[in-house]
Write a protein that binds this ligand. Sequence first.
Ligand SMILES: O=C(C[C@@H]1CCCCN1)Cn1cnc2cc(Cl)c(F)cc2c1=O
Ligand SMILES: [Mg+2]
Length: 565
Amino acid sequence: MKQSMTLIPTLREVPADADVKSHQLLLRAGFIRQNASGVYSFLPLGKKVLQNIEQIVREEMMAAGAMEILMPALQQAELWQESGRWYSYGPELMRLKDRHSREFALGATHEEVITSLVRDEIKSYKKLPLTLYQIQTKFRDEKRPRFGLLRGREFIMKDAYSFHSSPESLDEIYKKMFQAYSNIFERCGLNFRAVIADSGAMGGKDTHEFMVLSEIGEDTIAYSNESDYAANIEMAPVLAAYEKANEQQEELVKVETKDQKSIEQVAAFLNVPASKCIKTLIFKADDQFVLVLSRGDHEINDIKLKNYLEAASVELASPEETKALMNCSVGSLGPIDVDKDLKIVADHAVEYVINGVCGANDEDHHYTNVNPSRDLEVAAYTDLRFIQEGDPSPDGKGIIQFAKGIEVGHVFKLGTRYSEAMNATYLDENGRAQPMIMGCYGIGVSRTLAAVAEQFNDEKGFVWPANITPFDLHLIPVNMKDEQQAALANELYSVLGQHRFEVLMDDRQERPGVKFADSDLIGLPIRITVGKKASEGIVEVKERKTGNMFEVHKDELLEKISSLL
Ligand SMILES: O=C(C[C@@H]1CCCCN1)Cn1cnc2cc(Cl)c(F)cc2c1=O
Ligand SMILES: [Mg+2]
């Protein structure tokens, strides 16, 4: 490709509203442009990287036995009404009406569409297992799109769906997909971990997320320092063993704690460690209030709480709801003498508190010498807290450390959640109708591009890995007006092009400094400069990653490049 004929609008300055490296560089190097908040155009270089990633995905999906299809973005509301999700999703699901006022959703994901397609076409167990995938645009009206392609409102996903007549068959495809994902992210050069995840609203049990390690990642990974255990912190179980302090139980005492609201304030005021305080929060589970207790130095994990209560949604009660329910503010909330039908659940650690402190449900008052077994009516002690760094690893090996991650893939064993809701059945060996067992497997393709961009750059711009670089070689004649330089450059352009190399030639009438700065910014792996020694047939070869430079005669050029790529 010749730069004089394409569109690579590089920018000198860092765009104002881009606050992560990948977003800044994708804009500055002319790979993408924003159309609206969270909505982007891919320009030629961005599109080529996207194609390269998709090609890797297609090869690995093929190897895993999945066949490519393409489903519509326009999805009939009726399908989402059958699965029930038309009603359970809020404004994030983009909806519209056609000219006949029929309702549609813009596809955020395709469980409903694929299940309706397969239920019409598959009748017998002999046709199973079947794995289909697509690479397609998805729409999700994120409340806060940010970080460029990392969290957009229109993005490209590879989503695969598998259909089975037995759990063993699902396990087999799940393993193949798991391996395919590892290969894909490996081939993209990404530093990733597969982590045990929470299946969220998808139901089903086994699910793993593929996380690219990055300090700008929105997810927190809890991993062991001595084994390969790794889990999304949302679901990492806590197996901490709490020892009973050998203290005598003292009498309960109510004390005044004027203006002491937070655990830190109360602990300091009463001169006790936060670990002897009992934190009381009110959550609304679906529309039921529940009192949730944790030790003062722990945090309640709302995902664990939601799963334990089997609620569709849990959220903290508002200050107004708290006041109305307990007629005191959050800072004085406590579990003693509460209304009988207000359920109290507590994290395991609370059970081991001796002579602790908790709110008295009386403004600016707390109790000391609280002993849960004597003073509290706890309906259940269960694992409700976030795991913390230093906690024992759930697999018993080593201790937990944290890392931030960007979720680029998510695989699920769905079970029959959709096939039952949508009556997608097959006839088994005995002629009996059975719901198909399903799996689903997603990769954020445009998000993966951004994750690669985030990982492969330096202070001058991108440093694309050879597997997905938009072009292999950047051929730069220093001065197109110089006959010999232009002639040698054009000769090399056609010779290199014939040897499977993808060549970007900077044939613009620009000053050398501009060409070299743009070349560093765009970040192709190899630069070939045609300059003063063109008359001797000698060019300069520069490796972007290392900065190493070589003077090479054109007759040795192919060999030199092949040794570098
Ligand atoms: O997408 C999945 C599960 C898997 C992931 C792999 C590929 C197939 N789907 C989970 N999820 C996430 N956000 C969503 C947002 C909206 Cl607005 C929606 F309507 C549905 C979903 C939704 O279902
Ligand atoms: Mg996820």
